[in-house]
Design a protein around this ligand. Sequence first.
Ligand SMILES: [Fe+2]
Length: 133
Amino acid sequence: MILIEWNEELELGIPEIDKQHKKLVDMLNEFYTEMEEGHKKEAAEYFLKELEEYLTYHLDYEEKFMEEIGFPDLENHKKTHEMFKALYLEVKERYLNGDEKALRELIAFAFSWLFSHIMKTDKKYARYLQERS
Ligand SMILES: [Fe+2]
């Protein structure tokens, strides 16, 4: 696995949401670096507290945003957030029950999910907003 580099393709053109996505990428990279440097415990604590908190904040923010702009596909988008949260909780549970490998799985999953989610799903409401204005 490698670090995610922020690039233009990840940009939605919505400043506040782009800022949040960037922060998530930074946080995931930081977590990954800690892991690579062998600071497993600190990395795990960071991931399960700060990152989880920020991720939840971000997903809620996005859902409210889509509601405000009247995005018609809101329900489907919410479903993908729910699916992510459910999978996240499942892997987290495994980690907390002593499965050490689960943490790596969790981070790999969060990385790829965030990336493809922004590229495919988030871009839909960005496009909608653009077309509407
Ligand atoms: Fe989203």
